[in-house]
Design a protein around this ligand. Sequence first.
Ligand code: NDP
Ligand code: EPU
Length: 413
Amino acid sequence: MESRSLTSPTAACTSEKAPGFSVSLPGFPIAPCGARSSSTGLRYLKASRDARRPPPASHPVLFYLRCSPPYKDRIPFATHPSFRLDHFYYYIIFKDVCPEFSRKLPTILKERETMRIDFNWIQELQQKNIELQRRVTMAPYTSFHIGGPAELVALPDTADKLRACIELARRAKIPYRVLGQASNVLIASAGYPGMIILLRSNWAGLSREGTRLRADAGLTIKRLCDGAMQAGLSGLERLYGIPGSVGGALHNNSGAFGTELSEILESAQILVDGEEKTFTRDQLRFGYRSSLLNDQNHVLVSAVFRLTPGCRQEIKALMEETMAHRTAKQPLDYPSAGSVFKRPAGHYASALIDQCGLKGKQIGGAQVSEKHAGFIINRNQASSGDVTALVAHIQKEVFDQTSVVLECEIETL
Ligand SMILES: NC(=O)C1=CN([C@@H]2O[C@H](COP(=O)(O)OP(=O)(O)OC[C@H]3O[C@@H](n4cnc5c(N)ncnc54)[C@H](OP(=O)(O)O)[C@@H]3O)[C@@H](O)[C@H]2O)C=CC1
Ligand SMILES: C=C(O[C@H]1[C@H](O)[C@@H](CO)O[C@H](OP(=O)(O)OP(=O)(O)OC[C@H]2O[C@@H](n3ccc(=O)[nH]c3=O)[C@H](O)[C@@H]2O)[C@@H]1NC(C)=O)C(=O)O
């Protein structure tokens, strides 16, 4: 009975990405998240991060652990001060498959009672006056309106603070992501087990130097375009309406209507392993929806765009035309993350999806837009699972019917 209950969830475990840290209890090394320990003979199930319910009474659960503080009082043992706060997963350990652990647990708990809970990393950030929020539901921060709680959201407003967030996350082995407008990401409904560093209005300066504009990474593309228009500077008209930030847009070399943002980039200030460096456009190795910023060690701080003098009225008119075109073609009245798939060589993903008869296809609350097949819209309280199931369905159908592999443009966290 118990071994049956272990079988299928184990498969689910292995399919999940290992976030790069592990739980360790003295004397009982537990394998990194997403894997099963066999060398110690300790078998365990890494439960869904959604698993906030106590396990059913029929399960001989010895130990049910989730280490992040907000829920620890709901879960037996997790309240025990012996567990470090450097991991965020639930572990269900079954008594029968782990008699040795069961026997040693009281000793382990006693040993660890003397250990200090490691809140230090959060305190260190607080001491630097970095704005922090705990257990933030991410859905309202995303263009998809999907996403469960992130353990920590940090809103640094200086380069030193940004550096401190990244350094601490690395030192404490906490997963982290730098996000802008979160318009190109799908955040798991179960939440993000680490720190989201948000660069938004806290990081959104814009200044003019002749025909150049210097923009901070968190500035929205809309504000950048508005700034250019007001300064009578041309070059950004076709990018008007792109929903992201300068950082996110350069990260994936965003483009629309035949223009890519990188085309007008002159240089960029980038944090590389804690050190701020200046990169020229060529050094950033821009490609279709890719750049050097795809490497997580490179975080854009600010960018300088070289524009050309133009007529303010004409620039404004072209921006309005671009926006009207977008509104006519794209389902902007529903939450989405824009194009879900990159254009495969020689094809348009949207056209292939359309040809395969997938417009309107719905799984749960997620639907292939009837207006533009390249978009998945959050039609009705979609979960991240609805979206990923629909993505998989589209990829399979398109491959079966056309032999073309569709690669995701959106990033899943
Ligand atoms: N053309 C269109 O109509 C649409 C286009 N998009 C595109 O997606 C872009 C996403 O922008 P945005 O919403 O702000 O991005 P997101 O917040 O969605 O982040 C997307 C990725 O960009 C990276 N990123 C964000 N900020 C930085 C930074 N300062 N330095 C380095 N990497 C960064 C992150 O990488 P990591 O995880 O490694 O930290 C993240 O994975 C838009 O600007 C647009 O280009 C989206 C929707 C529609
Ligand atoms: C929305 C995004 O960017 C968009 C950008 O707004 C638009 C406009 O320039 O061009 C790209 O979309 P796209 O590849 O779907 O381009 P579109 O011009 O809209 O459509 C391409 C082709 O597919 C056809 N098409 C489109 C939608 C549809 O339902 N059916 C269909 O057959 C169109 O007729 C056209 O012949 C960008 N996407 C990618 C992955 O390159 C984004 O990156 O998130």
